[in-house]
Design a protein around this ligand. Structure first.
Ligand SMILES: NC(=O)c1ccc[n+]([C@@H]2O[C@H](COP(=O)([O-])OP(=O)(O)OC[C@H]3O[C@@H](n4cnc5c(N)ncnc54)[C@H](O)[C@@H]3O)[C@@H](O)[C@H]2O)c1
Length: 326
């Protein structure tokens, strides 16, 4: 299939492009390179464009026969979204609608959307299933929820099928360490911990050690980015076969505390990581992890690389390759 990957120069998008090619698909990347990197796109065609400019995304559908879209492009930092709500709604909602309109006009009716477990906010029960109460606690989460709702109506009115994948914490790198996370600023726990191990950062800022968890630090569900990428291919197959829209959690079903992440990072890197406890961040739930039964039973998806050693080991390999290249 010819697949348009918006945000395909970013972390998860670039790894998914590679997997799409390995599975016999042709990926065309559409990215404004605001947080992505042209060199991450590899063999795929890169079209530099911005979803907030309707002409630019319409032109892609005019010049390319696109069978399905995987929509990663977004601004994706929850704290930043609370300072720049307009930019987040404009990029993630207005940009997303421009994409849907371009698809609709071109008759393209299959889309996979990068949603987030942030739509659940602070969960009432764990693990969190797809039918848990929806309670966004940031503008970022609100953009994800709102776009999920828009997708429901585009299906009902125009027959555009979509699968919204609610990612938990994407982590790790390509299994050979050749492609991985490269955000600036970097806010995700594993690359920040590895920056301390490399001496690029003096100490690890740990947000809160008084949460009601066994070691007092937050617990999150980490999913290896290659497992995550695999689910997008399953989601496209599902829409091709079932002709319906749906929503799935993508997590491994259990969590690790921040301290467990740091001690595994110490084991893998062989470095002692200096850490500093700082105040809790507003809106950070103590614990969140997925009920992934629906993705396993309906999509036939299984996380196979998401043990902590593989996640941190691949990320460490990538950080060292990346540093060598600079
Ligand atoms: N990383 C995670 O743990 C995580 C968790 C939940 C959801 N998500 C979602 O997954 C998606 C990908 O996340 P990521 O970590 O790879 O982020 P990323 O920032 O690495 O990738 C986003 C890509 O989208 C591009 N982009 C942004 N706005 C654009 C626009 N208007 N037009 C064209 N391109 C645009 C950026 O240049 C970048 O290449 C995002 O939608 C994010 O909200 C990520």
């Amino acid at each position: 299939m010819n697949i348009l990957v918006t945000g395909g120069a970013g972390y998860i998008g670039a790894i998914t492009n590679r997997l799409l090619a390995e599975n016999g698909h042709r990926a065309t990347v559409f990215d404004n390179l605001s947080t992505g990197h042209a060199q991450a796109v590899g063999e795929a065609e890169l079209i530099r464009g911005d979803l907030t400019h309707p002409d630019e995304i319409n032109a892609v559908f005019g010049s390319h026969q696109i069978d399905a879209v995987v929509h990663f492009a977004a601004l994706a930092l929850a704290p930043e979204s609370m300072e720049k709500p307009y930019e987040y709604y404009r990029n993630n909602i207005a940009g997303g609608i421009n994409l849907l309109e371009a698809m609709r006009k071109a008759g393209c009716k299959t889309l996979v959307f990068s949603s987030s477990c942030a739509v659940y906010g602070t969960p009432e029960t764990l693990p969190v299933a797809e039918d848990a109460p929806i309670h966004p606690e940031s503008v970022y989460a609100s953009t994800k929820r709102t776009f999920e709702e828009i997708l429901v109506w585009y299906d009902r009115i125009y027959g555009v099928r979509s699968v919204s994948l609610r990612y938990f914490n994407a982590a790790g790198a390509a299994l050979d360490g050749s492609l991985g996370e490269d955000h600036s600023p970097e806010t995700h726990i594993i690359p920040v911990a590895l920056a301390v191990a490399q001496g690029k950062l003096a100490e690890f800022p740990l947000y809160g050690n008084d949460y009601p968890t066994p070691d007092g630090t937050c617990i999150r569900d980490y999913i290896h980015v290659v497992d995550l990428a695999e689910a997008h291919i399953k989601a496209i197959d599902y829409m091709q076969k079932q002709h319906r829209s749906d929503v799935f959690n993508l997590g491994v079903g259990h969590g690790y505390s921040n301290n467990e992440i740091l001690s595994t990072a110490e084991k893998i890197t062989g470095k002692k990581l200096a850490k500093k406890y700082v105040a809790r961040r507003p809106g950070d739930p103590a614990m969140i992890y997925a009920d992934n039964l629906k993705a396993r039973t309906i999509l036939g998806w299984q996380p196979v690389h998401s043990d902590l050693e593989t996640i941190i080991g691949s990320a460490w390999q990538w950080e060292n390759i990346k540093s060598g290249n600079r």
